[in-house]
Structure formats: C-alpha cells, structure tokens
Design a protein around this ligand. Structure first.
Ligand code: BG6
Length: 483
C-alpha cells in the first residue's frame, strides 16, 4: 500500500556550528558555540569566556562543510535527498549581531550552498537560529534577556529572507525553542550566561530572567514569521521543538498529573504560543505560582497573534517516564533525562529508543494543532567502526530508522498530516550535547576523531545505500540490503 504522499520531503539535517568549521573565515566572528569545549558522556561541555590555548573547541573546525559543501551536497543528491535542513550561522552574516551592514562574504557562502542544492533539485530548509547567537550579543546584551536583541534578530532575518527569497522556501525560527523552559536552555537558545566558565548542562539559572528572555524569543520568532509573509507569501515558516515524550511510570493519578504538568510546560507551552499566538492558561498559572513577573509591552499581544507559524517541526529521539515516587532508576536523554522505562532499550549514550512513542507523539501534535507536521530530527548516535575494507556496517542505525519510519507510516494511516522527514544527521558532525565526533549520526562517515586526527575523507555507510532505496521507493521498501 502506498502511504507516503508523492511530494513527501525525505532528507537529512545538520546545524552550522556542528558541521561548518571555518569559525573565523571570511569575516565571521564568534558565536556562543565557539566558546564551548569538547566533553563526553561523563564530562560536561564548559563555556569559557575566553578561548583557552590547548583546549579543544569542536565547532572551530567541525567537519569543514564550509569548504567541503560541494562534495557533501553531491553525496546527499546521490542518496536522493528532496530536502536538506541546515542552519545559517548568524555570525557569518552579522558578525557581532548588532552590526548595521551585513557581511557580504558570509551571504555569498550561503548563496553557493543554496545554488548547489538547487542544482540537484534539493529543497533547502533553513533554521535561522540553531544555538548560534553571536558572542558579542551574549557579552554586551546578555543575549535575548535584552529586548533590543529581538530587533537585531529581525534585521538578520529580513536580510537573509530578502537575499534568498528565490532559493529557500522552508524556514524554521528557533531550534528546540522549548529548551529554554529548562535551565539548560540559558546558553544555547537565549544567549544568557550568569557566571564565567559555566557548564552547559548545569548552568547557574535566574528563572525570571530566563522566562523574560524566552518571551523576547517568542516575539523574535513572531516578527520573523511576519517578515516572511511580507517578503514572499510562498514562504513556509515552522516552529521547532524538541518533543520530550513522557509517560507516567505508574497508573497512580499523581503520576498522570505530574506527567501532564511537565508535558504542558516542556512540550506544549512554546508550540501553543507559536501556533495559537498567545500564552496558554497553564503557563499563566505557572508564572503566578513561581512569582515570575514578565515585562510585557502593550504591542506584544498583537505581535504574537500576527506571527503564528505555518507548520510544526520537531526533533524526536527518545522518551522517558515521570513519577512522584522516589528511588527509581533514571535514564539520560536529549536535553532531559527521566525515570527509566522498563520496556525500552537504550542507545550507547543512554537515550531510550521508542519508535512507537513517535506514532503517539505525531497523533498528539495532530490532535492539538491540526497543522502540517515535519520531523526535522530523528536518528541514532552511535560509535561506528570501519571494517578492514573501510566499510561501515551500521545495521543498528538502519534498524532504528526502519522502526521509526514504520511508525511514521502508521501515523499517516491514522491521518496525521506528516509532510517530511530529515534524519539527524545527513553526515557525521560534532555532537551538540557532548562535543564528540565519536557520537556519530550520519549516513556518511567523516574520518576525524575526537582529537582532531583524520583525513576528513567522506565514506558512504551501509545506511547510505539503505536510505537511498527508502527514498527511491518513497518509503515503500524498508527491507535490508547487502553491500
Ligand atoms: C538536538 C539538536 O538536540 O539533538 C542537535 O538540535 C543535536 O543540534 C541533536 O545534535 C542530537 O544531540 P547530540 O547531543 O547527540 O548531538
């Protein structure tokens, strides 16, 4: 049976800071990510206010997409990508963030990338802010906690939307915006640093300031949507959330209520604002209860109302459980861990693998919003070992993707309006959470290790050939292949 619509957008995704490298090339200045050291599963990444000699900062060289983009895009085209999700590094375009004039060389780089995509008929999908706020805005303004930064963001957005209006149709405003509902979102989403040399996973948190900054990010997102509609009415703009799917661990009503409360705050809040255009009641209650007094200007209500997105996009990697009971085993996860689910296996990085949770999540989103849905991140971070012939038999990744695509099919049968799927990640890139190269997600192996050694050669993994067949058959054939 043919389930995926003919125009379904199959592809892969990356973010500038995790793939481009060339951190100071052609006028680019530092972004917040350029100040994050490498970590690992057991060692948190640290933000350093200066660049410390001898420290490793993975974004500085990453996998050099900046210079290898032609080869990489040719490989994406060989797999049959219909769409390629990438982010624009804000600090390539406005190096300090508050500059009056954009950096022409930065603009030309993305011209070349989009032209290359178009040459192969690949639709670029652009994230406007993927943990890449210019460092100057962090230092001089404390990121989005300063309302003026929304104006700088709008200037940047208008600039790139005007420039690429005939090359890019799909835009996402803030990557995993709901990260900011948790202390961890201070740095990467909001650009707030409350103490020198902070740990990304465990920052000093000023909750009032964080929610104020998030309010400004909502305004920035809404203004980006309004700008998009003015510049090209054909543009499609999406919100982007990390959907942290949760289950109550037990059937105790207390667990159900806790699950609902967390689900509301972590998963629903940001999308409700970006899709419905106003703050939901449960958030007003949360703000009241926690004595968070937001400064809201009279025009904000209309700005939010007039800046609703066209589609819902999200990342989905794992699920976890919540309970009011103490003493249960815990698990790690994307942005947020939780209580261990006894029915699920975990990845090498301790994230619980839950394909059926994806079907549940897609149905939940469909019921709540009724707008088109795009899965813009899903994939498995794993250690890949080339064999003696240099081949990478990543059957574990194929299994993970096959199970998730199968649940996407079921969700489409459930009448979910799913329009596309970009696997994280198109090629191996630096892990955002740990800063490792070892945690690989790609269809294409990049020969570089955590110490920065390697030829940077690109090698097709087994999953490359498998995904090519999936795309060729529009999801009709998910069976194994021989290589
Ligand atoms: C998401 C981010 O949180 O998950 C990506 O949008 C990130 O930037 C991805 O790479 C996977 O997380 P990690 O920590 O394994 O790289």
């Amino acid at each position: 049976m043919k389930l995926f619509p003919d125009n379904f957008l199959w592809g892969g995704a990356v973010a500038a800071n995790q793939c481009e490298g060339a951190w100071k090339a052609d006028g680019k200045k530092e972004s917040i990510c350029d100040h994050l050291t490498a970590g690992s599963l057991n060692k948190n990444r640290v933000f350093t206010s200066g660049i410390i000699e001898g420290e490793s900062y993975p974004s500085h060289t990453a996998v050099d997409f900046y210079h290898c983009y032609k080869e990489d895009i040719a490989l994406f085209a060989e797999m049959g990508f219909k769409v390629f999700r990438l982010s624009i590094a804000w600090s390539r375009i406005f190096p300090h963030g508050d500059d009056e004039i954009p950096n022409e060389e930065g603009l030309q780089f993305y011209d070349r990338v989009f032209d290359e995509c178009r040459r192969y008929g690949i639709e670029p999908m652009v994230t406007l802010s993927h943990f890449e706020i210019p460092y100057h805005l962090v230092k001089a303004y404390k990121g989005f906690s300063d309302r003026r930064v929304t104006g700088f963001f709008e200037r940047y957005v208008r600039c790139v939307m005007e420039r690429y209006k005939d090359k890019v149709k799909y835009w996402l405003t803030f990557n995993e915006i709901n990260f900011a509902t948790m202390p961890m979102g201070n740095l990467e989403v909001l650009g707030i640093i409350n103490r020198e040399d902070d740990e990304v996973a465990n920052p000093l948190d000023d909750r009032n300031l964080r929610f104020q900054a998030l309010h400004h990010v909502f305004l920035a997102s809404a203004r980006a949507v309004a700008a998009a509609k003015e510049i090209n009415p054909e543009f499609k703009v999406g919100c982007m959330l990390a959907h942290i799917t949760m289950y109550p661990l037990t059937s105790r009503p207390e667990d159900m209520l806790l699950m609902q409360e967390l689900d509301h705050l972590i998963n629903d809040f940001c999308a409700d604002v970006q899709i419905k255009g106003s703050y939901p009641g449960y958030v007003l209650r949360y703000l009241e209860k926690n004595q968070i007094d937001l400064t809201v200007e009279p025009e904000d209500e209309a700005v939010l109302r007039n800046g609703c997105v066209d589609f819902y996009s999200f990342s989905y990697y794992m699920s976890n459980c919540v309970t009011t009971e103490e003493g249960h085993a815990t698990t790690l996860g994307n942005l947020l861990g939780g209580v261990k689910n006894p029915y699920l296996e975990t990845s090498q990085w301790g994230w619980q693998i839950d394909p059926k949770g994806l079907r549940y999540t897609l149905n939940k989103i469909q019921d709540r919003y009724g707008i088109p849905i795009f899965i813009v991140e899903n994939g498995l971070g794993a250690v890949d070992e080339p064999d003696d012939n240099g081949c990478i038999h990543d059957d574990y990744r194929i299994n993970y993707l096959r199970q998730h695509i199968t649940e996407m099919e079921r969700a489409i049968e459930d009448k979910v309006d799913l329009i596309g799927y970009t696997v994280w990640s198109a090629l191996d890139i630096v892990s955002s959470g740990t800063g490792e190269m070892k945690k690989r997600y790609g269809f294409i192996y990049v020969d570089k290790d955590d110490q920065g050694n390697g030829t940077m050669k690109r090698v097709r993994k087994k999953s490359f050939y498998w995904y090519k067949k999936v795309i060729q058959t529009n999801g009709g054939d998910l069976t194994d292949i021989e290589i």
